[in-house]
Design a protein. Structure first.
Length: 110
């Protein structure tokens, strides 16, 4: 179970780092820069711990898929970006794919 806890933290840090990139303003804003410079390496470090107990394909699918969805949701609230129906449908398929892997795949138990 610590693998999935680390994975959750890695996803949150990656989402914070990615969401902060737009606010960097050419590396002129220190807080967003700090969030990016700390968020990505720590996220990748945690992901490297996750793959010790969770199959790498499963871990990466969850990390990247949930990252896509959560960054898109964060952008709606932070930057007032709009998500149209195709974007929402596509992200729903990503979430559905991760759910199918978790619920039905024998790979996740490896």
């Amino acid at each position: 179970m610590p693998g999935y806890l680390y994975l959750t933290i890695a996803i949150v840090l990656e989402v914070i780092a990615t969401s902060s990139m737009k606010a960097l303003d050419g590396f002129n804003k220190p807080l967003p820069l700090l969030l990016v410079v700390v968020g990505y390496p720590v996220s990748l470090f945690l992901l490297s711990l996750v793959v010790k107990t969770v199959p790498v394909g499963v871990a990466y699918a969850i990390w990247s898929g949930m990252g896509i969805v959560l960054v898109s949701i964060a952008a709606v609230f932070i930057y007032q970006q709009k998500l149209d129906l195709p974007a929402v449908l596509g992200m729903s398929m990503i979430v559905g794919g991760v759910a199918v892997m978790q619920l039905f795949s024998q790979t996740t138990a490896a």
